[in-house]
Design a protein around this ligand. Structure first.
Ligand SMILES: Nc1ncnc2c1ncn2[C@@H]1O[C@H](COP(=O)(O)OP(=O)(O)OP(=O)(O)O)[C@@H](O)[C@H]1O
Ligand SMILES: [Mg+2]
Length: 421
């Protein structure tokens, strides 16, 4: 009987032990399974999260954030939605731009915005330029690269990569580009008052005032100053001309077209003259070396266009050289629209700056910083005169203006003497 009882106790104990063992194994098995499932899920989630970025060829890098945060005007709406990349925001069709923070548009977008390329603004050596109204309401200018132009192709690549990193209020902003259906296009901010060349030569009835011309000269100087002295490495424009100066709705000037721009390199590989006839530095023609001082020469030509409204193709430089023989020679070739409408001392001062820019020796030409300072001085004179004139009648104001000019000249002569001593 006792033996039977012992056997029952033993059986129950073994049964219990086996039960506990099985339960422990099941518990451990379940925990392992859960952990594995969790690991698998998070691994899956991680790879899924990065998938859209990899799929579209973007890395999670500064390039992407730069293009999303860059204050470029005319940004497509989809790029403004969110700075957090989501699965849907990288669909290849509406992918935000990639090239140096400049946005990429599809051919279809541009075709629609330009009413199937019918809104022509003009035609340059690069190809036609169209006005584009985007779905956001923003107006832009689209430059279509002529497909048969080899030089244009090169210009396209240079402009996109160069302009992507150059931003200044006196440079025409490159908003985007398009490489689609075998077409290359550059998309710029729209400059509603067109080119300086057009305003000087085709709009005689609505002539630019002297004050506007001084402001335009200063704006151009600031734009070029940024290229020469602000950009790293420095940039030489290589095609400064009145056709490449564009004006916005407030008649503020911006320098356009960096297609011929080049980072400053002094190698012997430079071959083939670049630029526009009438604006090219004679030193560059003879040496084939383009320096910042060659841009200064072209800027000098623009200064005389502003003063005379004579186109460089109409013997402007010959007239300017003749005028330079006497201190008041410039009076003879002053734009007819300005006669009696401007302060002749300011005209002569601007002409003196222009002559220095055209000096036959590059080292004798001023730097763009010096040019900016000199034009700023003229502007300060204007301000001083305007302020004092607002209180007096026109006859007295003319006398005051003369006295002020003489005072400025006297103080300049004194400061020159002090520097010489
Ligand atoms: N961003 C812009 N906004 C408004 N009009 C523009 C813009 N860019 C160019 N244009 C106009 O389009 C026309 C052609 O410009 P484009 O720059 O192609 O030629 P260009 O400056 O005359 O010669 P080049 O090809 O030598 O630069 C010009 O008359 C200019 O007024
Ligand atoms: Mg141009």
């Amino acid at each position: 009987m006792t033996q039977k009882l012992d056997l029952i106790v033993l059986g129950v104990s073994v049964g219990l032990a086996v039960g506990v063992l099985i339960a422990t194994l099941v518990f451990l098995g379940l925990r392992w399974y859960k952990k594995r499932a969790h690991l698998q899920r998070s691994a899956h989630e991680r790879s899924f999260g990065s998938l859209p970025i990899r799929m579209n060829g973007f890395g999670v890098n500064t390039d992407l954030s730069a293009s999303l945060e860059s204050p470029v005007k005319g940004r497509p709406e989809h790029t403004q939605r969110s700075t957090q990349p989501s699965l849907w925001s990288y669909h290849s069709k509406d992918r935000p731009a990639s090239l140096s923070g400049v946005f990429r548009y599809s051919y279809k977008d541009i075709q629609k915005a330009t009413q199937n390329f019918t809104t022509t603004l003009g035609q340059g050596s690069f190809g036609p330029v169209y006005k584009a109204v985007m779905p956001t309401g923003e107006t832009l200018a689209v430059k279509v690269l002529a497909s048969n132009s080899k030089q244009g192709e090169k210009e396209f690549q240079t402009e996109v990569s160069l302009l992507g990193r150059l931003h200044h209020r006196n440079l025409v902003n490159l908003v985007g580009y398009s490489v689609d259906k075998g077409q290359h296009m550059l998309i710029y901010e729209f400059m509603s008052n067109g080119s300086l060349a057009n305003l000087l030569y085709n709009q005689k009835e609505q002539s630019l005032s002297w004050d506007e011309r001084i402001q335009i000269a200063l704006d151009i100087a600031h734009g070029v100053e940024y290229l020469h002295e602000g950009a790293v490495p420095p940039v030489i424009h290589r095609d400064l001309k009145s056709a490449n100066i564009l004006l916005d709705e407030s008649m503020r000037a911006k320098v356009a077209d960096f297609g011929l721009s080049k980072e400053e390199v002094f190698d012997d590989q430079n071959s083939g003259l670049k630029g526009t006839y009438g604006y090219i530095d004679p030193v560059y023609i003879s040496t084939n070396q383009f320096t910042t001082k060659s841009d200064i020469y072209s800027f000098g030509v623009i200064i005389f266009e502003l003063i005379t409204a004579i186109h460089p193709h109409q013997n402007l430089i010959e007239y300017v050289n003749l005028a330079g023989m006497s201190s008041d020679g410039i009076d003879e070739i002053l734009d007819k629209q300005l006669v009696g409408q401007c302060n002749i001392e300011e005209v002569r001062e601007l002409a003196r700056i222009g002559h220095k820019c055209l000096h036959k020796f590059q080292r004798k030409r001023p730097s763009i910083g010096e040019v900016s300072q000199a034009i700023t001085k003229i502007k300060h004179r204007q301000h001083a005169r305007d302020n004092s004139m607002s209180f007096v009648n026109p006859d007295i104001s003319l006398v005051i203006s003369k006295i002020q000019d003489q005072q400025v000249e006297l103080s300049e002569m004194t400061s020159r003497e002090i520097t010489v001593k």
